[in-house]
Write a protein that binds this ligand. Sequence first.
Ligand SMILES: [Ca+2]
Length: 489
Amino acid sequence: MIAVAVSLVTTAGFAEPPTFISDGSSNAGGSKPPVNVVLIVSDDQTYTDFGFMGNERVHTPHLDELASQSARFTHGYVPSSVCRPSLVTILTGLYPHEHGVFFNHPPPGFAKLSKSPEISRERFDAYRGEAESLIRNVPTLPRILAGQGFRSLQTGKFWEGHHRNAGFTDGMTTATPSGGKYGDLVLASGDVVAHGNGDHGLAIGRETMRPIEAFLDEVVSESSPSPFLIWYAPFLPHVPHDSPERFVRLAKSRPNVKPHELPYFAAIAQFDETIGQLRSAIEKRGLAKQTLFVFVVDNGWQPDAGKFRQTKGEWDHTDNSKRAPFDAGLRTPILFHLPGRTVPATYEAPVSSIDLLPTILAATGVGPPNRSLPNRSLPGVNLWPVATGQAPADGERAVFGELYPGDARELGKPEQDIAYRWVRRGRYKLIVPHAHAGHPPWGGYLTRPALFDISSDPGEARDLSRRPGYQAVRDELNSLLDQWWAPGP
Ligand SMILES: [Ca+2]
């Protein structure tokens, strides 16, 4: 076994630098070619809206092909059903209350930042910059892999300022206005700023794949090519649903597509086409056999037929998907595909996006973190032994999550803003709302705890928490939630 010490920036949550140790199947220093990683993150797509998840009305041939070749975790979850906290969880393997990015917008909040005439570009960037420092102080996947000689390319969604803040060696997002179609914001002061969700990076997939092609050309031309990580998180199928007409025609050609679904389904088809382009870019450079593809969605999104926004010419999402504590916002398929290693199979055991980081580290030979040392372990589970057919999936494992308003009241104080905590174990899911200062829970999704049987009621329509015979399940799940994280008053 080869032990690999990684030098990392430390923070209060990590009393000492975390240590990562080979799992014994490591290739570190070995003769096999290193494993590259392409991490695909869909943006705003509900778990049901894939061909391979049973939806025959969407056009996802490339994702379906990837899924057919992959270890498929069909009951994956993200802790939060909104972009920024979910993306930082994928990057860090930590829950939002641990990595600290539990919001989309830092204090004083998006409305004050964007609509106050006294907020200049400098002040806007300063407020955002304070929050962006959080990612610099936690271990991240690109930062850990960089310690092993990886290059890493950031493309698409990224809310943490410049891509180097998260340890990427290369990237598109620079925290400056792009002047492009997406990602800029005009403040009340008249200044133009980077909105914060990816600026230049948002062109990937929607307008071009060239930055990925150029990065791969650069890597393969190195005298001793570096292993690499590609973060492919295009602004798709996220609104604006302004896909080129050929995708709209494609969506229209599918059976029984309703008008309010059409723009979203077109954006799904557009996203899917880029998956084919991405895989082709890897294949034509002879890298397919040594490249791990990982797939996850950052949060779900479903169009609501009753919410057409005239001003924007698009439908808004349903109350039970994005931002909500229900599966239409939280659940995602998670895929792993590495030729000759992963075994194509479907696993229904609940897993989480916190598992991606330890699993990818194991796959690349960096190995899972040493979980035996206090204060050094990550909360996620290394799924590599399951994905490679070496171990069964743990069907009894509990997965957790936490939801917040989009604006944080104060950095470093998730307990002030926590709106919902949830836990899924086996067939049951408990959601616990939190009220603050006499106000009802943010979002109004629930006013009291609710218990659902996901296996018989995936739409979470029947709250079992006060029905006879469910008290023990409810108490047990509530106890698990508090053991995981009890935010206090
Ligand atoms: Ca999203």
